[in-house]
Design a protein around this ligand. Structure first.
Ligand code: SF4
Length: 441
């Protein structure tokens, strides 16, 4: 969105008040904050309206691939650096299956993809898309493979074929799934763009001879009437990937060139180099990374990296403040407390689980801050802990009459004992020492 001053320059400057604001500048400020519509000014010229519409549009087009709950969204990013605000739509990972595989092999491939699923700090991390590639050169084989995969998964699909006729036949078998088509190239762009236009499917535009030529090809595809575009610049090296991804994001976000304002797709292949490419693409602006193969040991660190990059830096991940039972506790089991910062909660919970000792874990609402940060910010106090114990009914669940507190906040012992009437036991400073501590309790 342009700034208030940039908008003001385009307004008629009559200060007539017909927009319900006393001056054009006041109206411009409201418009910049997206609190009013430009149509509220009856005097603005059509030309000014058009330029405001262009500068207010997202620098990188939002694309939706697939349908239903597993539909993915890519693009619509506004920042170059995550700390400036946040990145909105995480990089999607796809695994591509060949149409030369047998039905049984494809089924096993799909099972492996479904198996790439992990839970970390309360969030599910998994593969987002499935690809089918035409390696056979046979129309019927490709269309059948696409149909088979489509009937076995609701993951959004990417169809890889260089022959527009084969692509058309395959899309016809999965009508309504809105797959991503890969790809329009210099050799086939007219016919491939027609397939995308007629089937209303998003289209990858691929050109590996440089970004200038890619921008030209994008223009040609747009001229045919395709707007939902994904860029594939076929990086030849890791340096090439980093450099071109950065250029595409910068020119789009800074709006110095609108022709490349689309999400980026990378075909990473398999092996160590594929993981390196995926890491770069995850950190630097990738919309989709497609693998030929990836095993769980490679996928997990990649998922963790993605989770870190696409977490809002201003909003810590939190769990619900409550009393959580661990290892089937009863009224003889102790109460331990921690904060509702997800990472802290899951670490403490895991360490108590490891001890195999039953316990009640009281999670105190600290607005997602960790123990020391919350204590320093005055959000973890004897009063907040007492209130949390009160509202969860912890004293009824555990009749031991004591509470284990993190060693980092031992200073609150006396006051907490006074307010709650519970005997305070100071636990270890580090959660990793909890298993031993709990066993010795
Ligand atoms: Fe300015 Fe238009 Fe508002 Fe009049 S209606 S004050 S010209 S912005």
């Amino acid at each position: 969105m342009p700034t208030a001053i940039e908008i003001f320059k385009l307004l008629p400057k009559k200060n007539c008040g017909e927009c319900d604001y006393p001056t054009c500048l006041a109206f411009a400020m409201q418009l910049a904050n997206q609190k009013v519509k430009v149509e509220a000014c009856p005097h603005i010229s059509e030309q000014a309206k058009a330029s405001l519409a262009v500068s207010a549009s997202a620098p990188i087009r939002l694309l939706r691939i697939g349908v239903g709950e597993s539909r993915v969204e890519i693009g619509d990013e506004t920042e170059i650096y995550r700390h400036e605000k946040k990145f909105f739509h995480q990089t999607c990972y796809a695994v591509v299956l060949s149409d030369t595989l047998s039905t049984q092999e494809r089924r096993e491939g799909l099972e492996r993809v479904n198996g790439l699923r992990f839970e970390r700090i309360g969030q599910i991390m998994k593969m987002d898309m499935i690809g089918i590639r035409n390696d056979s050169g046979n129309l019927e084989k490709f269309a059948t493979a696409v149909e088979e995969v489509s009937s076995s998964t609701d993951l959004p699909m990417v169809l890889f074929a260089s022959d527009p006729q084969m692509m058309r036949a395959a899309v016809a078998r999965v009508a309504g799934r809105s797959p991503l088509l890969h790809a329009a190239t210099a050799a086939n762009h007219n016919a491939m763009a027609m397939v995308a236009k007629e089937t209303k499917c998003p289209l990858v535009v691929r050109e590996d001879r440089g970004l200038d030529m890619l921008a030209d090809l994008v223009q040609k595809v747009k001229a045919i009437g395709v707007e939902d575009i994904v860029l594939d610049f076929g990086p030849r090296s890791l340096k090439d990937l980093l450099e071109n991804s950065t250029i595409v994001r910068k020119v789009a976000v800074k709006k110095t060139f609108r022709g490349l304002g689309f999400p980026i797709m990378v075909n990473a292949g398999a092996g160590e180099r594929a993981i390196l490419m995926a890491m770069i693409s995850t950190m630097k602006y990738g919309g989709i990374v497609a693998f030929d193969e990836i095993d769980p040991a490679e996928a997990l660190p990649l998922f963790v990296l993605r989770q870190s990059i696409y977490t809002d830096p201003q909003v810590p991940i939190q769990v619900k403040p409550d009393l959580y039972p661990i290892n089937n506790p009863d009224e003889r089991s102790p109460v331990v407390f921690t904060t509702n910062f997800s990472l802290t909660y899951f670490t403490v919970m895991g360490d108590i689980e490891k001890s195999k000792m039953p316990a009640w874990l009281q999670v105190v609402d600290t607005e997602g801050l960790s123990v020391m940060t919350a204590y320093a910010a005055g959000k973890l106090t004897p009063d907040t802990v007492a209130k949390a114990l009160e509202s969860s009914g912890a004293k009824d669940k555990s009749k031991r009459g004591d509470i284990i507190i993190p060693g980092m906040v031992s200073r609150m012992s006396a006051k907490l004992q006074e307010i709650t009437g519970l005997k305070v036991i100071v636990g270890p400073k580090e959660s990793s020492a909890l298993p031993k501590f709990m066993k010795n309790l």
